[in-house]
Design a protein around this ligand. Structure first.
Ligand code: SF4
Ligand code: SF4
Length: 217
């Protein structure tokens, strides 16, 4: 069983996507993003602050009232009028909403939109929650396109640009009792006519210890 969920991308990934020197307006959504706490007012304020701390010039933020979704063009246009002053001082939108919000916001504001969220699948924890903390936030969620098969979760080498080439007769070279998940992914994407997903290079996973962790000798 797999489960989809929209979550906020790591701030570092959002910063990478912002062109150098661009002035940013953070826009949230009053509907699902507010209810599910990935893009309401509080999250807009937090992200604006986090971007500033990373040296990004943030002109301001805007979020429609609770219940109003920016995927609705009328709501997006209303937001554009309410936040006209901030938008005039902005070069790009950083959008904290579902992917459905992108076209309406781009059309209403006339500005390029950088998505600050991502729909992921991922493995499930014992409590049936998507293991967001394990997600690598691939440029394109392979699991979403491949019916829930997340290579980061199911490949023992955590290959995000697989396969590794070691599979024998369709079996994983590390765990021979298991099928190679990358061969399964390839079959599913081919059947769905989505082999284009594999043309997107995914940034390699860094296993360097983060601050506070001790490196092993
Ligand atoms: S394929 Fe990538 S983005 Fe999708 S759930 Fe797995 S690690 Fe996350
Ligand atoms: S054989 Fe397949 S599942 Fe096993 S490590 Fe290599 S790519 Fe990953």
């Amino acid at each position: 069983m797999s489960m989809q969920r929209t979550v906020q991308r790591p701030t570092s990934r959002i910063v990478e996507a912002i062109p150098a020197g661009a002035r940013v307006c953070v826009i949230g959504c009053g509907d699902c993003a507010t209810v599910e706490h990935f893009g309401g007012e509080a999250e807009c304020i937090e992200l604006a602050e986090a971007l500033r701390e990373q040296g990004v010039e943030v002109s301001g933020w805007a979020c429609p009232p609770e219940g109003d979704g920016v995927c609705n063009l009328t709501v997006a246009r209303r937001l554009q009028s309410a936040a006209a002053e901030v938008l005039e001082r902005s070069d790009v939108i950083v959008l904290l909403a579902c992917p459905q919000g992108e076209p309406a916001v781009a059309r209403a504001t006339g500005l390029p939109v950088i998505m600050a969220t991502q729909v992921i699948v991922g493995g499930l924890t014992g409590g049936n929650q998507v293991a967001v903390e394990d997600c690598h936030f691939c440029e394109v969620c392979i699991a979403r396109a491949a019916g829930g098969l997340c290579p980061h979760s199911f490949c023992p080498k955590q290959m995000v640009n697989g396969p590794c080439g070691g599979a024998q007769g369709g079996r994983c070279e590390v765990l021979p009792k298991r099928p190679c998940v990358w061969e399964q992914i390839h079959r599913r994407l081919k059947a769905a006519g989505r082999l284009d997903v594999l043309a997107v290079y995914q940034a390699p996973i860094s296993f360097a210890p983060t601050s506070g962790e001790d490196a092993e000798d």
